[in-house]
Design a protein around this ligand. Structure first.
Ligand code: NAD
Ligand code: USQ
Length: 398
């Protein structure tokens, strides 16, 4: 029998290509999404650089091209507990992949409304999912998209382990070695919700034996996968605005439209990255390798390389001739940091990562060039500041 996967947030940037990939791989896929991401585009007056079709057109075209069905339900998992519970009981998924959260750090810091919305949406959504699985009495495995940002980026020279840190403690019986959860250090309200999600997973795993895999994912770049490329109706979203656009994808759009590359601060901030094609592979690997019953929350670092923002700007500038410009950082974050990340678990499962240097940037540039006429340059500046006394810097310095 086909394995059943419920994808929460399956209309989003990571969720849509994952839904198609899993459907192509023979899984029975059902999507839940409340379209909040599309509504936030309306709130912000922005749009995806790529012309994304409605979820209904997307699903119909997929059926026409492949003969495969994807079911879709439009509801808010943070507010419709009973709908979620009923769907779980009817569909009986082997796995739930949970993408359904407000995922932009700048959006989460725009105002008290945005802070409260992000906390309500993300924490209630995750808690509803876990409580509903317990109430349904299913042994569904939860695969959650978490973030590298839960660790903070100051690591004292350590290669960040996958979720748990070995510490030596003095006890009455002498020195003992313990595995503890890596100390969280969120840098935004959004990242804070991910650290709180981790506690919810810890509790439901300990109390109810829920099987959970938390994927601590780095910044995703790129946009297309083999499936989204099959037809323009299947195209993935591509965010470039100051709230939702992530750094490398933003730089590629900025280079294409002639906007200076918007480096915050010194550009010494180092982050972990992964291409969208590897994201979908990793999720399939996580689904196929659930933790054993009775074991603790499984944590993978879902990142394939680390780079500083300044290095990325130089790389894009060398390839495109774009000007690099330095802006006062609207975020409260370290001006520079080192970052080394263990990702052995996915490598041992056979992941062969797509790296920045092997031509994939050209593929992204092709998409960006094709749709750059859709770019609204006024949406490029980052206008969300971490503190009230910070001023938005629209000019920057070369
Ligand atoms: P996205 O905003 O494009 O997709 C999230 C989807 O979830 C949207 O379609 C949205 O409408 C839906 N959603 C949000 N709240 C919901 C709710 N309460 N009920 C139902 N649907 C809801 O984000 P994304 O880039 O696809 O990210 C997906 C997940 O991956 C997020 O949890 C994010 O934290 C994580 N992640 C993303 C990145 C990245 O670079 N994009 C990196 C690391 C981790
Ligand atoms: N940055 C710039 N210029 C820009 C945009 C960003 O210098 O124009 C800098 C930021 O100040 C930050 C770094 O680039 O230092 C990364 O910013 P980002 O917006 O690319 O990524 P971030 O806010 O960390 O969030 C993204 C996703 C989030 C995910 C996270 C993974 O939106 O969902 O959790 O990446 S991680 O960064 O590993 O925590």
């Amino acid at each position: 029998m086909k394995k059943r996967v419920l994808i929460l947030g399956g209309d989003g940037f990571c969720g849509w290509p994952t839904s198609l990939y899993l459907s192509q791989q023979g899984y029975e896929v059902t999507i839940v999404d409340n379209m909040s991401r599309r509504m936030i585009d309306i709130e912000l007056g922005c749009d995806s650089l790529t012309p994304i079709s409605s979820i209904f057109k997307r699903i119909d075209r997929w059926k026409e091209l492949t003969g495969k069905d994807i079911d879709f339900y439009n509801f808010d998992i943070s507010r419709n507990y009973h709908r979620l519970l009923t769907l779980l009981k009817e569909f009986e998924p082997d796995t739930v992949v949970h993408f359904a959260e407000q995922r932009a750090a700048p959006y989460s810091m725009k105002s008290s409304y945005h802070k409260r919305y992000t906390v309500d949406n993300n924490l209630n959504g995750t808690n509803n999912l876990l409580a509903a699985i317990v109430e349904s009495k299913l042994d569904t495995h939860v695969v959650h998209l978490g973030t590298m940002g839960v660790y903070g980026y100051q690591t004292a020279g350590l290669k960040i382990p996958e979720g748990y840190l070995k510490v030596k403690v003095e006890t009455r019986e002498g020195e003992k070695e313990l595995d503890i959860m890596y100390p969280p250090s969120p840098g935004s309200i959004y990242h804070m919700t991910k650290t709180q999600d981790a506690l919810l997973f810890y509790f439901y795993n300990k109390n109810d034996g829920l099987r959970v895999t938390d994927l601590h994912q780095g910044v995703v770049w790129g946009t297309e996968t083999d499936e989204t490329r099959m037809d323009e109706t299947l195209i993935n979203r591509f965010d470039y605005d100051g709230d939702y656009g992530t750094v490398l994808n933003r730089f590629l759009v900025q280079a294409a439209v002639g906007h200076p590359l918007t480096v915050h601060g010194t550009g010494g901030q180092t982050r972990a990255f992964i291409h969208i094609k590897d994201t979908v592979q990793c999720i399939k690997m996580a689904i196929e390798n659930p933790p054993d019953f009775g074991s603790s929350v499984e944590i993978f670092n879902q990142a394939t390389e680390t780079h500083s923002v300044g290095y990325l700007a130089e790389l894009v500038s060398q390839n495109t001739g774009a000007e690099i410009r330095y802006y006062n950082n609207p975020r409260k974050e370290a001006t520079a940091n080192e970052l080394k990340v263990k990702n052995d678990k996915f490598l041992n499962l056979g992941l062969s990562p797509v790296k920045l240097k092997n031509g994939l940037m050209d593929e992204v540039m092709y998409i960006v060039d094709k749709y750059k006429y859709r770019c609204d340059m006024s949406k490029i500046p980052c206008t969300s500041c971490w503190c009230e006394d910070m001023e938005v810097d629209r000019e920057g310095r070369s």
